[in-house]
Design a protein around this ligand. Structure first.
Ligand code: UDP
Ligand code: MG
Length: 321
């Protein structure tokens, strides 16, 4: 099964039965016109409509069309990851099933990877055919993602249409909802030649969108997770230790203030109040407790990392023996 082909197209799908025949026909037409050897991997993410039946029929008609069917709905990221594992192409293209992404973009994406040497090319839906309630938060989302990830040239992180050099998809793991940040995952794995291509976008023809507005809340949380992992993934103490120390120092200063005032009053034989009357007492208490907890979290984090199989995993670009 390991004979290489030019292009693998991975299509994650959830209840998209109406779109599939049109989509696969279109992909096949583009591939044949350009003489690419190809495969299409349809990953049915636990659809409850006729999607899998349609895929079986398409597979019977065209042997380049493969299918994987999840027993239940796991999400777009697990679907993509499953496709990545199976892909045999030198270039891997991901594409949504809903006909919003155009297969006509494939040849140019392929060329950018093979000739221009990009590791990853992301589509940019410059002119979008989506409701305003989606396009506006998307702008904000992308601005934040650009800042946090340091990938300054991307306008559309979450575009479903992307092209990858084969090694990239074999070295990254997409899980949870992380498909929104694949360029960031790729960059963290050392694949930093990331380009962008303006792509044509269409309104959804059949079916309806599978993601609601909660995508933005979850998107930000995931971004925070990725940022933490890339910076402190194998050295959590550097994060928690710093915060813990800061807390401790604030607590210590507060203790000195409380103790100092009390001592001063005693020495000068002035009437002295209880330390619990001072606001600094409570500050000291809180900061000391929080500081200790942050430190302990750091230690626990270090123990977890010690047991992680990836603690000594590095992406090797080349090696001479
Ligand atoms: N999708 C999936 N599993 C899910 C949700 C969505 O495989 O749990 C697929 C969906 O069928 C489509 C792609 O992911 O092919 C993008 O979804 P959608 O078009 O609903 O997202 P939008 O275009 O609204 O961002
Ligand atoms: Mg869509």
């Amino acid at each position: 099964m390991d004979n290489k082909i030019d292009i693998s197209v991975i299509v994650p799908l959830y209840n998209e039965a109406e779109s599939l025949p049109e989509l696969t026909e279109w992909i096949a037409r583009v591939m044949d016109e350009h003489n690419f050897s190809y495969e299409v991997i349809m990953v049915d993410d636990g659809s409850t409509d006729d999607s899998w039946k349609v895929i079986e029929q398409l597979h019977a008609k065209n042997e380049a069309i493969h299918g994987v069917s999840f027993r239940r709905n796991y999400g777009k990221s697990p679907a993509l990851n499953t496709g990545f594992e199976r892909a045999r192409g030198n270039v891997v293209i991901t594409m949504d099933a809903d006909l919003q992404d155009s297969p006509d973009e494939i040849p140019e994406l392929y060329r950018m990877i093979v000739e221009d040497g990009y590791d990853l090319v992301s589509g940019w839906k410059k002119k979008r055919y989506d409701p305003l309630s989606k396009t506006l938060p998307t702008k904000l989302f992308n601005a934040t993602a650009r800042r946090v990830s340091g990938i300054k040239n991307l306008h559309d992180f979450n575009c479903g249409l992307k092209a990858y050099r084969r090694e990239v998809v074999k070295h990254i793991e997409v899980y949870g909802d992380m498909h929104r940040y694949i360029p960031y995952l790729a960059k963290n794995a050392g694949f930093d030649k990331i380009g962008e291509k303006v792509v044509h976008h269409q309104a959804r023809k059949y079916g309806k969108t599978k993601f609601g507005l909660d995508r933005f809340v979850n998107g930000y949380l995931d971004l925070a997770t990725l940022w933490f992992q890339s910076k402190f993934g194998v050295k959590p103490m550097h994060f928690f230790g710093l915060l813990g120390s800061l807390m401790f120092i604030i607590g210590l200063i507060a203790v000195m203030v409380v103790g100092g005032i009390k001592l001063y009053h005693i020495v000068h034989q002035q009437p002295h109040s209880l330390v619990t009357d001072s606001p600094y007492f409570y500050l000291a208490l809180t900061c000391m407790i929080l500081g200790t907890q942050l430190f302990l979290t750091g230690f626990l984090g270090e123990l977890v990392v010690r047991n992680s199989p990836s603690r000594n995993h590095y992406e090797i670009a080349d090696e001479l023996k």
